[in-house]
Each structure stands twice: as C-alpha cells, then as structure tokens.
Design a protein around this ligand. Structure first.
Ligand SMILES: Nc1ncnc2c1ncn2[C@@H]1O[C@H](COP(=O)(O)OP(=O)(O)OP(=O)(O)O)[C@@H](O)[C@H]1O
Ligand SMILES: [Mg+2]
Length: 251
C-alpha cells in the first residue's frame, strides 16, 4: 500500500530557484524509500514537504499534491501540528533538548497532555528499545541528553520521534556525523522499524543508499531521474545519468 503519493509536485524558492520540477512518486508503507543524488538535487526540500516543514522556509509550492492516505497535506486547512506528529523527522545533526534523557522522550507527550507516569515510562522504554538505545542508557535516564555520545544522541532523537507514535519517519542524512559503528546501529534500527512504519531516508552516501533501500529515487537538479524497487537502481540503472552517479563518475 502507498502511504504517501506525491503528484506533479513543483517547488520554488522566493529568489526563483526551482528546487523540484514536476515530481511524481509513490512511497509505500512498511518499507524504506531512499531519496538520493548529488547536492542541491532537491532531496531535503522534498522531505520537508512531507511534514510541511517548508512552511518555515522561503519555499513555495508552485503546483502539485502530497497525499497522505488520500488527504492532500498541502491543503491550507491541514492541521499541521497533527501532521507533524504523524510524520516525524530526524535531522543530520542531533537536536537534543536541554533536558534529561527521559525528558527528551516525554516532552512531546507531556505537551500533548499526557501526565500518567506509567504511560510516560512505557513510552520511554518502548521508544528507546525501538531506537536500539535502551541497553546503553537504561541506568542513566536522569542524566542530561547532551551527555551522550554523538551516535547515542542521534538515536535519542530517533527515539524522541518514535515516542510520539508517528506513522511516517523522515530522516535527512541522519548518520552523516556518525562513526561506522553508530551508523550501523541506526541502520539496524531502521530495518526493524520498517516493519511497522513508513520510512523515507536521505542517505549520506550511495553505499548507504544501496544498503538500506527497499525503493530508491534518484534526484538530479530538481528532477526525479529514475525510481526503482529494491537494489535494481544500484545494480542495473536504466538511465545513463543514474549510472554515472551510482558508479561514482560525478557527485
Ligand atoms: N533557503 C533557500 N533559498 C533559496 N534556495 C534554496 C534554499 N534552500 C535550498 N535552496 C535551493 O534548492 C535546491 C535544492 O536544495 P535541497 O537542499 O533540497 O537539495 P539537497 O538535494 O537536499 O542537497 P544536499 O545533498 O546538499 O543536502 C538547491 O538549488 C538549493 O540551492
Ligand atoms: Mg539536503
């Protein structure tokens, strides 16, 4: 089933820069869809469209739709707060709140009105386990989040998104600042998470794209050049420009 359907989406910045041109793409549930390609291709712009974070930037939707279970989320009447709870985002650099490890995880739920300690404890444990961080921090939930290593902070941010029980998880180069071991842990967590969530990942390298993709879309200068299922695009690209990029001839 397609969780998200992007139809003829075009975006423009206020200075006239076109960051996406007529993009149509389906994003299936229970899978990892990878958006990859060289810098400036429009990957982050597209990701930010999927939970309306572009509202906070200079970007303007020129045309098109983004359907989340059939509802166009670009519609002005969309409840953006509810949307962002449903469609969570993890950024390249971990944005840890100046709170304890536990506080980072309960913050969103408390804002939403949850006060029952048992519910909050449950959410903390569940989300940390899902983000493959529980074993490392279960004895130190009262310590500041920023006391964690970079790799742990990134998994804490993933756990924070998960604590809000989203349906879709967007990740923009979530492992770009991490060592190989932490990167592997995040990738492993995503492989487990995809069983229950829809995941859209902008990887930090072609290698990561190939390792993680169930579906992959190649973006070049605002254009969706090629879209394919599985590893097809990395082993047997149909377009010459995809082939050149995947084989490292530019990028
Ligand atoms: N705030 C902005 N104002 C004007 N143009 C912008 C802005 N942000 C991005 N752009 C332009 O939009 C295009 C797409 O940028 P975007 O950040 O989506 O690309 P990307 O594929 O994520 O690149 P990267 O791999 O470097 O993260 C680029 O041409 C970029 O210069
Ligand atoms: Mg980007």
């Amino acid at each position: 089933m397609n969780k998200l359907i992007i139809q003829n989406l075009s975006l423009q910045y206020s200075d006239g820069t076109e960051s996406l041109r007529d993009i149509s793409l389906n994003i299936p549930s229970n899978a990892i869809t990878v958006l990859f390609g060289p810098a400036g291709g429009g990957k982050s712009s597209l990701l930010r469209c999927l939970n309306r974070l572009n509202d906070l930037t200079e970007v303007r939707v020129v045309s098109g739709k983004v359907l989340l279970e059939g509802e166009n989320i670009l519609d002005p009447n969309t409840d953006v707060i509810a949307l962002r709870r449903k469609v969570g985002m993890v950024f390249a650099r971990p944005v840890v709140l100046p709170l304890t490890i536990r506080g980072n995880l309960t913050y969103g739920l408390e804002l939403a009105g949850e006060q029952r300690k048992s519910r909050l404890d449950e959410a903390v444990e569940r989300s940390l386990k899902l983000a493959a961080l529980w074993d490392e921090v279960k004895e130190r939930l009262g310590e500041p989040g920023i006391a964690l290593s970079g790799g742990q902070q990134q998994r804490l941010c993933l756990a924070r998104v998960l604590a809000n029980q989203p349906e879709v998880i967007l990740l923009d180069e979530p492992t770009s600042g991490l060592d190989p071991l932490s990167t592997a842990k995040v990738e492993e967590a995503l492989q487990v998470l995809k069983q229950d969530y829809t995941i859209v990942l902008v990887p930090h390298s072609v290698q990561q794209a190939a390792r993680t993709a169930d579906y992959a879309a190649f973006f070049l200068q605002g254009e969706l050049v090629e879209w394919a299922e599985g590893k097809e695009i990395f082993t047997n690209p149909q377009n010459k420009r995809t082939e050149d990029y995947v084989e490292g001839r530019f990028g």
